[in-house]
Design a protein around this ligand. Structure first.
Ligand code: HH2
Length: 285
């Protein structure tokens, strides 16, 4: 059974895991761009991910791949209008992947319950206030710079400490705007202004982020760093790499996984959790 929003917001305490299926209603996303751009195809894909065990459907109408250009709020809403209300009508827990307050407001009106903001409230100063007013949960993600330029020359002295400090400051900003800390989820932003070594350090450093006492979400799905490690140039060939990244993140304390390959990650987590339960039992027995 899919987790409720309260279960998800408490997952860092209970050890439950949630899978967030990605639905890009964009013509240009790096992995699935254009595939689900037509409304019927998009709603069908959402249904498929729900049947595969997705707890959340994350709908985005703007690609944030490296080098991508901005999409106006009006255009995002036009792309979402034939899709998002139909997905909430399926009974799914929906999150809206946007940095713009008017888009978040449209999505919340249509039944979304989570705002997934890759700018962590920095892009549009009204976004956190809208989420706060509406009682929405918020994903606060770390990104260095902007999608257009973020991969130009990312540089950190201590990437894990810097991302933790950034997320801590954004939790405070969210609280000041009316989003209680208990409604927030934090995300290191895999691939957003990071080189391979930064992505690996962040996945290894999840315990440091989990110490913020909020659920940690990771989104490694088919991303470029997996191709750098495996030599797989085509995003569709990076599913096994995605599964490995999710399991290693889970072992270190992440509880929410934003992925395109829902069935694979749900199965992998089910098996890994069963082994952990058996190990815990044999230790306590
Ligand atoms: N990654 C992408 C988009 N949104 N949100 C969160 N919280 N975390 C992520 O890691 C994340 C995200 C990029 O992936 P995708 O949506 O597959 O591609 P695109 O941005 O090209 O649509």
């Amino acid at each position: 059974m899919a987790l409720s929003l309260d279960d998800i917001l408490g997952s860092h305490r209970t050890g439950r895991t949630a899978v967030m299926g990605v639905l890009n209603v964009t013509p240009d996303s790096f992995s699935d761009g254009g595939r689900f751009f037509g409304p019927e195809l998009a709603v069908e894909q959402a249904r498929r991910m729900i049947a595969q065990g997705a707890d959340i459907i994350d709908i985005g109408a703007e690609s944030t791949r490296p080098g991508s250009s901005r999409v106006s709020a009006d255009e995002q809403i036009a792309r979402l209008r034939p899709v998002l209300p139909a997905v909430t009508a399926e009974g799914a827990l929906v999150s809206i992947d946007t940095t713009l307050a008017p888009v978040a407001e449209f999505a919340l009106d249509a039944g979304a319950r989570i705002v997934n903001d890759v700018s962590a409230g920095r892009d549009d100063p009204d976004l956190l206030a809208v989420a706060g007013r509406r009682g929405a949960a918020v994903v606060l993600m770390h990104m260095l710079g902007q999608p257009k330029t973020m991969q130009a020359d990312p540089c950190y002295a201590d990437v894990v400490a810097e991302v933790r400090d950034f997320l801590s400051r954004r939790l405070e900003a969210a609280a000041a705007a009316g989003v209680a800390r208990g409604r927030c989820i934090v995300d290191p932003g895999i691939g957003f202004g990071k080189r391979l070594e930064h992505n690996l350090a962040l996945l290894a450093g999840i315990p440091v982020l989990a110490a913020l006492d909020r659920p940690v979400l990771v989104g490694p799905s088919r991303k470029r760093f997996l191709g750098e490690l495996t030599g797989k140039a085509a995003p569709a060939d990076r599913v096994a790499g995605t599964v490995a990244a999710c399991l290693e993140a889970w072992r270190r304390g992440a509880t929410i996984f934003r992925v395109l390959d829902v069935a694979d990650v749900v199965d992998a987590l089910t098996v890994a959790r069963a082994i952990k339960n058996a190990a815990d039992k044999s230790l306590s027995g």
